[in-house]
Design a protein around this ligand. Sequence first.
Ligand SMILES: [Fe+2]
Length: 158
Amino acid sequence: MKRHAALETLSFEHHDALVIALRIKKGLLKNGDLEPIVEYVLSIYRNHLLHHFEQEEKTLVILLNSIPQIQQALRQMLSEHQRLAEIIRHLEKKEGNLQAHLNEFATLLQQHIRFEERTLFKLAEKYLTQEQLKVIGIFLHDAHKPINKNWQPEFWKD
Ligand SMILES: [Fe+2]
């Protein structure tokens, strides 16, 4: 199914974030120094993912809050955003098993994006009015900040 134009910038960002998740996983497979991967993840999170999550929360939560059929999906979105933020805090403090944190971050990011694309956005398209979607679209297009996929981290290069 084609994504509604109002949500397309979020879907572009999802596509970029899947590339990021794959890079983290491939970086981990190299069994090298984890420090550059941690720095990469922190930078992508601070510069892109956090902004993306905030845009989703600002638009979707406010408009979808009154629709009962969407509550469970909204709660899942919020709790996954929170879990990703929690992993970031561990990475910032360099606490615990960094390899496990990085792996969980990449895996959860992939699952989270699939859930939003296949479930949450479909519900939003179903239950929001065209007028609401138009308002969301204008806001999101203004806020769109593409992830720089061309920036190749050192750990990724052969
Ligand atoms: Fe998202």
